[in-house]
Ligand binder design. Sequence first.
Ligand code: ARG
Length: 461
Amino acid sequence: AKGALWGGRFSGAADSRFKLFNDSLPVDYRLVQQDITGSIAWAGALQQVGVLDELEHGSLVKALHELSESVTDEQILSSGAEDIHSFVEGALIEKVGDLGKKLHTGRSRNDQVATDLKLWCKDQGEQLIEALVRLQQQLLSLAQQEAQTVLPGYTHLQRAQPITFGHWCLAYVEMLERDLTRVKDALARLDRCPLGSGALAGTAYPVDRQALAHALGFASATANSLDAVSDRDHVVELCSAASTAMMHLSRFAEDLIFYNSGEAGFIELSDAVTSGSSLMPQKKNPDALELIRGKAGRVYGALIGILTTMKALPMAYNKDMQEDKEGLFDALDTWLACTEMATLVLDGLKVNSQRTLAAAQQGYANATELADYLVSKGMPFREAHHVVGEVVVAAIAAQKALEDFTLPELQAFSGVIQSDVFQHLTIDACLAKRDTLGGTALIQVEQALGNREAKEAVAEH
Ligand code: ARG
């Protein structure tokens, strides 16, 4: 096959349909900078073992730097090369002639692609970390701003107990914190350099692989060549981290879609992240949030895809593994885009604190308080729960809130009820009582915000 890296053994040409099927360039062109970086480091290793002299090394590295600066996606994609490794080598040979043909000494595309992809994961991981931290910061400032805004808290989508909007924000800050640790864990585990593992058995040149790993910014070199070229755990782990994070973002989106609904009216989304209907002029649809919710699906697909591709693959490299990139790229691109979009949605979000308060006041969100009140007067909780159930039934029938009953009306349900009951039924009382670690009381929310600030101050030092 003309122009391919492996033409010598072949006399017949590849079928054009096979070439189209086999080429990975339309996907892996994104690894061009990583492939050049890896090649520069490999040139250094080849000089160290005497395959390249100083002059040769110098001109190869110079040409690779030039390529890195001048190369464009269009140039790569129109080259007809089989994959990004073939493209870079071809472009190098075009620049420096036969010298370029020395670069692949002792190297295989198997250790090369494994290295390139890990370098890409490290770059992308850093970008994700930054985006996740920005979303956390956006949530924290909204939490600060809405620390006292009453919001009905739900279970089963039924109003359960009042919380604050700030408390809701902080719930997502926690999820994002775990998402961050998942990316960092994955990055720490993948931080071992496969280069110098050859095709599968190791390289025949006495390369200092630890030094090579460090030159590429890895913590160390991989320990087993078979594993090094056939390990895609990092793809699985990042797709898994992406899936969990998208699950969180989809819940975030769903909450806000509901809060934004005409029925709830708790928030108003900015024009900047909503769209209209072509038919119904009154509509302002939460498209950004619906897309975040919807895109979780394709990210889960990438996770299932890579797990299924890797299952039962024999040692070591198999071409099946070329299927690793498309899903990974899409999953991490999608995760990054959704994280940025979530930040943008929060940026222009307005909370209607009158609506949230009114909703929290309806729906008997203070029923637990009444039960706790009866408990404070000596009634066992199980009995108190039953009594309050009866009060709620009567209140529903009378279409009023618990606190709208008069004292004698309440006393008809239980003699232990005194006039001090009313101060326990206010929203403020409900909130203030949730004052243990992690609760929705203002003091706890402020404590949580303060803890974050302290943590960030430490992180900056
Ligand atoms: N394009 C291939 C991939 O992405 C590169 C490795 C090819 N190695 C081989 N022996 N054919 O996996």
